[in-house]
Structure formats: C-alpha cells, structure tokens
Design a protein around this ligand. Sequence first.
Ligand code: NOJ
Ligand code: CA
Length: 766
Amino acid sequence: MKRLFAFAAAALMLASCAQKTAVTSELVKSMSSPDGQLTMSFYMTSEGTPQYSLKFADKDVILPSSLGYELRGNLKAQNLVVNSDVVDKLDNDPSLPFNVGFIVESIDTCSFDEVWTPVWGEEDQIRNHYNEMVVNLIQVDGASVNTVMAQADANNGNDSESALEGKRMSIRFRLFDDGLGFRYEFPSQKSLTYFVIKEELSEFKMAGDHTAYWIPGDYDTEEYQYTQCRLTEIAQNFSKALNRNDSQTPFSPNGVQTSLQLKTDDGLYINLHEAACVNYGTMHLLLDPKTLTFVSHVTPEANGWKGYMQSPRTSPWRTIQVTDDARKQLASRLVLNLNEPCALDDVSWIHPTKYMGVWWEMIAGKSSWNYTDELPTIDLETVDYTQTTPNGRHGATNENVRKYIDFAAANGFDAVLVEGWNIGWEDWANCNKDYVFDFLTPYPDFDIEALNAYAHSKGIKIVMHHESSSSVRNYERHMEAAYTLMNKYGYDAVKSGYVGDITTPGDHHYSQFMNNHYLYAITEAARHHIMVNAHEASRPTGLCRTYPNLIGNESARGTEYQAFGGTRPNHVTILPFTRLNGGPMDFTPGIFEQNLEAWCGNKSHVNCTIANQLGLYLTMYSPLQMAADTPEHYAEHMDAFQFIKDVAADWSETRYIEAEPNDYLIVARRPKQATLTGSAAAFSKGHDTWFLGGVTDEQARSFTVALDFLTPGKTYEATIYADATDANYETNTQAYTIEKRMVTSADSLDVFMAPGGGFAVSFLAK
Ligand code: NOJ
Ligand code: CA
C-alpha cells in the first residue's frame, strides 16, 4: 500500500516539474477473473488519472482507458444549494476536473461467491462469483500535493494516510468470468458533499474497428431498428437509422445506446451496458472514431447538467461483458449480479403472467382508445361524455372486454389488459398538456366493478393501464389514488406508459429526474402489491433483481411497430443480446394475422411467420408474456395457438443452444413447476416438460439440435411447430406444420426456419 502511494506521489512530482512531458501510464495492480481467463489492470497516469484495461486471455478487450468526471466548478465550498443551480448557465460555469490529480491512498481486494434465488427468471439459481478490487483515490490540490510529496520524502514513503487531504473517490471493480463491472463511489466527506456532474468521463477504448449492432443514442426513445456496421461507419449510417418517434432527441452521429453488442474480427463478443442505474441519468456512449474510444454520455437534466449528487453516493455500474461464444453472452447474468438483492420482504404476490389484451386492435387501427370523435380538446374537470356521441369504434366496451375475458379464461390465461378504459383519450398526446388523465374515471361504457367481478369469477385478472402521456407531475399527483383504486377492484398489475415529450420543459425520458420517477412508481406500487410493466421508460439495468414487481418494460421497438410501418425480421435476433441484457421486455408476441390491410385497412405488413411468433415465447424471455392478437385471429389457428397455451413464462433451467447476434438464436427451457398456472399447468400436470424455440432473420436456416437437455431415460412426446418449407415472412406467413414425435435425450431434431421464421417445440414426458 505504501509503495503504491509513493509511486503516485512521484508521478505527481513528475507532472508538476516537467509540464510538457508526454503523459505516461504505470501499472498499479492487476487481478484475474475467478477462472483466470480475464485480466483487469489498474494504472495511474503521470497526471494522476486513473485508468483500467481488460484482456480476454491474450486478447485486448479494453485498452488502457481513463476514468473520472468533470464536475461543476463552483462547488460553493461545502454548501452547494441545489435549487440555486437551476438559474445558472452551463457554459459560463467553471468546471472542476475530477479525472486528474489523484493519488492512490489504498487498494482493497476480496473475492465473493454466492448463489441466489431470483423471484422469477430464466433459472432457479444464479451464481454471483467475482474478484474485487477497490481503489481508494484522493484528489489532492496544489498545496496538498506539495505536502504529500514533502511528507513522502521525509518519511521515505511511510507517512500516515490520515495526513492526506483532498476530495476522495473510490473505484470499485468486480471481475467475473463473463466480464467486468466498475462504479465510482463518493464517500461522505466535508470537501465533497453536494456536487453536480458536468460530464462523466468513463472511457472504453476498443482494440479494433469492431462490428457494432447499435441503435442511435437518444435521450428520449429506444424505439429504433438496429444497424450492423463497423465502429468507424456509425456516423455515416446514423441518419438512416433514425425513424420518427413522438419524442426523440439524438445527440450525436457518433452516439449510440447501451446495451451495445460488439463483435471482434477474432471472434470475441463484447457488450457494453450498465447495471443498477439508480438516482442517476441513463448512460449512452459517444464514440471517437479516430481513437475507437467510447466515452460515457449521461442523459442530461432539463438544465443540461448531468446529475445532482450528495455524498455518500455511488454511480451505476458500467459493465463490459466478454465471451468467445455468443451463447455465453445470452447466458450471462452479470448485470443482475451487480444489482442489490431483493428489497421487498414479501414477494408472495408477485407472479409470472400470461395475458391477452384489448390492445392490438387499437394499435392496428381497427378500434379506438377514445370514446367519441367529437371532442378536439378536453378539460377533464368539465367534460361530460353523456353529451357526446360514441364513435362506435371504442375498444374498451363492456361487451368487447367480456369477449376477451371469455376467450382468455377458456384458454387458460391469467389476465386481460384493457387500454382506453379511462376518460381523456380524445385529447391525450398533445403539446405539454398537464392534466391529461385522472387514472380513476372510466368511460360510460366500461363498468369497472362489474367487469372485474366478471373476470375474477372466471379466474382472470384485468391488467390496469396508466398512460401518463409523459405528464409525470400529473401521474405522481394521482398515483396513490390510482393504485388504491386498483386495490379496491382487485387489479394486481399495471401497464404504464410515457408517450410524448416529458411535460417538464426540457426534461428527457432518461434523465436522473425521470429515472427517480420510474423507481418511485415501482416502489409505491410495491407498497400496494402491484406489479409494474412500464413502456417508454428507461431501458432496464437489472433493477428487477431488487424490485421484482418490475415484471416488464418496453424500452425498445416492440411488436406495435409492425402496425406502424413494419420491422425487419433481424430485430428479434438482436434484442436478446441488447435490450434483454438489462431485464425482460414486454415485446407482445403472438401475431397470427400478418395481413393487416385485409383485416382493418392498415397498410403495414407484419414481417414474420406464425412459427416465428411461437419461437418468440422462448427467445424473448419475460415473466410477462402476451398473446397479442385477437380472439378471432387465434380462433382460425387453434392448432398453433395450442403452443401459446402450453408454454410457461417462468423457468428453472435455460440452455442457449445456437446464437449469433442479428442472425438467429435457439434456446431450450425447463418450466418452473411451482409457478405454472392455467393452461400451462394443465399441460405439464406435474410431468417433466421442456420447451425449445428459435427465430431467424431474413435468411432461411436449418439446424440439428441435440436433445441432450432432456432427462436421460425418459421418453417425451415432442410437438413440433415449424415453418412450412415454402413459408416466408412477406409472402406466405401462415404456412406452418405441426408434427408429434416420441423422443429421448439421445435423439436430435432437424429444425428448419423459413426467411423471417422460426419454430417451437413442447416436450411432455410420458
Ligand atoms: C405506446 C405503448 O407502447 C403501447 O403499448 C400503448 O398501447 C400506447 N402507447 C398507448 O398507451
Ligand atoms: Ca411504445
């Protein structure tokens, strides 16, 4: 420890004596992953900048990259008053470099190994195994540097650590077999109490011009398709990658979102993301194409600053996953492992859910959320719907909701989502409207009490819908009453939404302020025993480990875009590597009628086959799974619909069998018997069951899958739902075959996936 300290002091002396000398970097300490394959090294530069690097065996993953911050300069001694900052202009403010002038005070190391049990997930048990290095740094100012050096000289490097003065920051590194996480920690200290981030300066210096699978960096939306190109080609492809959204703020042609999947020419899969983003803005990555270096780019607050801090506080974890096998990236639980354990004492009310919804018919344009077409604007306090004529297309009517409840009950589902049940939809997505919805008052044709009673009598729950229209103040204002109303009628899950610009002027969907709102909505919901599925909120960073009532998020381009112009088939082959890295997605699969024009005049075509939609119940992991199409469309294909009835939504075991980002994936999963409900429980009836599914991009693909995941010695009835040989996502979407066969773990299965297609198999032990 003392030796390290002496090194840092000497380095500082060098910097102050010879100002023009090139910056040099010296290794301070290295550590290996538990399996020895990864090596992380920590360095200090001659300017007192902390750096780290990462290697996979002898391959560079991250070249020495600098760490630190630029803080708002006028810390106003120790007493910065946050409110007074708002009026100040970012550009006129002096900044305080918090990435130079550091010395290493001490380094702590430890190892950790535990197995924990998620409330729901892809497996029963998750191993959290890492080696840790915590580097405790002090930023010494000019006077202290001299003192430090003088004392170091006088004591021959054996001076007391308590003599050091300056601002303290620690960097905690956790090295797992599948990657590295690091975060900044600001201990309680007099010289850094309240502070404001001007920029986080975490670098990720790439060792080559890797292939990137990316969506545009944007402070307000993730609803984009992915582009695959070299790092140096991102800027030239950027404008092509932008599709319109109700709220969008791209910030640079070299800005991309995480979770960012990369592939090196020599076959490494690298993924950059973050974990446990709490009380902090969401991180994007800004590439310098000349140096192939990404730097963290945190979503700003409405006033441009990048975050308000009060020590003691930590940043979110920055994560770098790395494997030489794409399947291991999908099996990595590093992001979950870096989150805190479950914060809820009682989780008995949280349950995986399969649901249908009065939803797709509105998205596709067959019916409407609004009750009438007569009201161009609405004042919620005075509107009188009895004086208006219904438009005849309202989706959430008593009759229509009953139809969905009947179908869902008859087919063993858990729940039915109903959107457009509450007043206000005639005028909801308008410019900065504050009082958009009250989340309490149903339309005249939606009998909340009777419908809930009807649903419950058939074993179905209604899923609540709260579209905030991004009027966050209004939503928070009504939240307690809205959750209380849910408790009164027996709703236990809410789908919330944040369409349009955040109504607080200048604020963004992924700011610290908004991330605090989303977490507030989750923790308040937990008090009411309510599960949350938030759309348009920040992309997940594994917080579902800590708050397992967060059972879903959208936070990417979901199935709805198949009705808004279509989505290319490769989309579902990259999402598991990117968006799903932080937590489950409410992707809403199960579209059986791809020809929307024939159904409801919508010219958008759904780019998939029916077998592809079945495969998604395996490949898009979520404890919340929707059968998104309508009862009528399922009634035409009840043989294929059987798979959606049988499949589970919660798993004891998962095996990724084939995978390549943006091309294909195949996964096998064993259901968690204890949480099976409805038709999935009826299928298993206590027998050993497995499910297998796959999806492909525009390319037809064939694979031979060894069935060695099945229990040896048992015989299973395999029901194979596959694309017909002439199936195609554009021209022949409903061509599928269903075949039954007896198999054992010694067998293998030849599977075919048509362009834009997929397959699904259920295995039932006899
Ligand atoms: C966008 C959501 O993603 C969609 O599912 C929802 O139906 C609409 N907003 C209306 O809230
Ligand atoms: Ca959406």
